[in-house]
Every structure is written in structure tokens, then in C-alpha cells.
Design a protein around this ligand. Sequence first.
Ligand code: NAD
Length: 441
Amino acid sequence: MKLAVVGTGYVGLVSGVCFSDLGNEVICVDKDPRKIDTLNRLESPIYEPGLKELIEKNYEENRLKFTTDLSLGVKNSDIIIIAVGTPPLPNGEANLEFIEQVAREIAEEMDSYKVVITKSTVPVGTNERIRDIIKGITSISFDVVSVPEFLREGSAVKDTFNPDRIIIGTESEKAKNILVELHKPLTENIIVTDIRSAEMIKYASNAFLATKISFINEIANICDKVGADVTKVAEGMGFDNRIGKAFLNAGIGYGGSCFPKDTNALVQIAGNANYDFKLLKAVIEVNQNQRFNVLEKLKSSMGSFSGKTVAIWGLAFKPNTDDVRDAPAFEVIDELIKGGATVKAFDPVAMENFKAQMNHPSIVWCNSGIDAAAGSDAICLLTEWNEFKEIDLNAVQGVMKTPVLIDGRNVYSKEQINLTEFKYKSIGRPELVEEKEIVTL
Ligand code: NAD
């Protein structure tokens, strides 16, 4: 099949590249010429495991093209996938400016029947709005279909090739048949529904996952007070098939470009329909507070931040990505600096993206975890990169001023910590806290 993908971000680029790998001819379009230049040099503008290799392979086999020319994409394809951003407005609602602009541009270039897919996450009713925009500009026939995306950054290629399900929201039999054919190689779990339900499935799924995270974080906070171990509690809960193991890892809460944005947007969608989504509001509040949990633990271990040096391990909102959108590290570092601390920051791949948004004279950018730890009074682990999981804690301890470790992601075991002198605190595992005197090394 012939496809155009508009927007070469985390969703559009990965989808386009994976569809080309399945044998389709794909033209990826982006308005950002730097991204397209990077892609035409066969480099990936984003860090996503396995992506660069697939870009090279499919480009060389002539199935994959990159351009800023939307007209080229539209005229040479039967299916057009919209995957531009829907960032939050100040009131939490999704900003549909980019979506609407793309809809107008597609309509202006259409020369034959097209299936226009919306992969961007959009509020209920948006696909109808896209349809009306296109209809207002062209008399050529087309169908608009909602196919929400569920990939996770950090495993986006794997998720695209192995989706749990594909949702196709359409009223058109013709579009349904084309899209079932397109997605058949990926999974048998293809659910065809009306457009509004498809749009809601995406928000409801993200809101539910966010709820699981905030739920286990609240349980962790209670575990801290009553002397239970949240990792054991989560394990015990997770074996119950009705609950499931996923998204029960206590930590410093969710970040990223999706959960914070989509939970806020769903609260707004509900509010616009005169419904007060109390549960989701609480989920958002719990998540916001959880970011500061590590700071409280840090403060209780080292007292005031003033004049102290704190190593931050991890800036990306989660491992295996360079995405720092709504990463907890921004607020944690901001509070440390406000408290008078110097921050030594390190992330294996997200340093440049982070630096572009937060560059303060009190932040020292480091080359490794151990470099960040050198001379520091404490370490705060915010992202569970493998590199931190596998680090030699005794070597790290040896270069620090005082061995204090706040583990915001419950990465280390009791056995690992017991082999060190670290004064260690994690999330919801109070039995791991031993009253160690801080030894100045
Ligand atoms: P992104 O910001 O990484 O990429 C968006 C791209 O669209 C940018 O490269 C931008 O230059 C391009 N763009 C904007 N306007 C354009 C136009 N008029 N013409 C051509 N290109 C244009 O965004 P993303 O993270 O890929 O997310 C895209 C959508 O998918 C959002 O609605 C998001 O909520 C949703 N989504 C994201 C994820 C994720 O993990 N990132 C997962 C599922 C769904």
C-alpha cells in the first residue's frame, strides 16, 4: 500500500518506518526541515532502540522517503496518517492547531480518494472536525478514521510490530477494509468501532494506566509509614489476573509527553460535558506530589540543601528514550537549586534535550554516573537506566563526599545496598532503611 505520514515525531516516524518495513511504500512528511535533513542523512532525530537500522534498511530498499513537501506525500499515497503533536494548552485542553492545519493542507492537495487516519491523540469529536474541515475545502471523496496509537517510547519499534490491539474507529466499510488489510500483519486483535469510541479508548487507556501508577505510589507512601514493602505488595497483587503486574512499580510518578497531557485533557473533556472526573483529578494530584517524595527523603537524610552538591542520575522521563517532556527531573532540580544546592547531572542519552530546556549555572553536566557522584553529598536516582542498575556501588561510594543514595525507582536490592556504606532510601521499602551514621569519606 502507499502511505504518507505527516509528522515525524516519536509516533509518526516509528509508524512510518515500521509500515515501510512491512513492505508498504511510505513517504514521511514533516514541516521541520532540520528533521527531514537528518533523516535524509539516514540519522534518526530521536533516540529509539532499533529505529536507525530500520530507517537505513528501508530507505536503501527504496520503500521509505522523507520530505517537507506535503503535496508529494498526499499525491503519492492512498492512506495519509496524521501524527502531529497535540500539546496541552494552559488550561489542560489539547491544542488542535497543528491537526487542523494539516487537515486543511491535506484537503488542498487531495487528487483522488484517500483514507485519512488520525494517530495523534485527540479529544472526542476531533475526527468529525477534521472531516468537516476537509469537506469544506474539497469535493473529492475521502474517509477520516481514528486509529489511536499505544506505543511506548523506549520500546516504540517493538510495540509497533507487536501491538496488543489495533483500534479502528470508522463508519465507512471501504476504509475499514483497507485498514484491516494494512494492520493484519501486526495482530489479530483488530477492534472496529465508531469514531467517538475509538477516540475515547485512547484517553481511557492512558487514564487507567496513570491511575494504576498513582494507586501504587499511594500504597508505597503508606508502606513507608506502616513498615511494609511495596514491591512485595505489588508482586502479590500482580499475580491476580484481574489486576495484572504491569504499571505497579512505585516510584516518583509518571512524566512524559502522554500521561500528564492526556489525563489533564480527559479531565477537561469531562468538564466540557459537565462531568466532574474526581478520580482522575486525584490521580493527577497524587502524581504531582510524588515527584517531591525524593526531595523529602533527601532532606531527611542530609538536612538543608544549602551549600550541598547533589548528583542527579537520569533526566529522561523514563529509560531508553531521549524524551524529557514533563520529566520529573525538571522540578526536582529546580527545587534543589532553589534550596541552594549545586546539581551534578547525568543521563546516558537525554542530556542535550534537557540542557536545551534548563541550563542553569548551578547545574554541572557530567559524563557518567560516577562523574556525577564524584564529590557529591548525595545521589538522587530519577530514571532507571540499566547503566545505573549495573553500576559498581562501592566504586561510586568511594568518590562521594558522603554516601547518601535516594533511589526514586526502587532499582537496588537490599543485598546490593548491604554490601555498601550507603545511607539509602527508596520508595515504599522502609525495611531497606538502616539507621546508618553518615560517614564523611
Ligand atoms: P512529536 O512532537 O514528537 O512530533 C510531532 C511532529 O509533527 C514534529 O516533528 C513536528 O515538526 C511535526 N508537525 C507539526 N505540525 C506539522 C505540520 N503542519 N506538517 C508537518 N509536520 C508537522 O509528537 P509525538 O510524541 O510523536 O506525538 C504525536 C501525537 O501522538 C500526539 O498527539 C501524542 O499525544 C500522540 N501519542 C504519542 C505517543 C508517544 O509516546 N510519544 C504515544 C501515543 C500517542
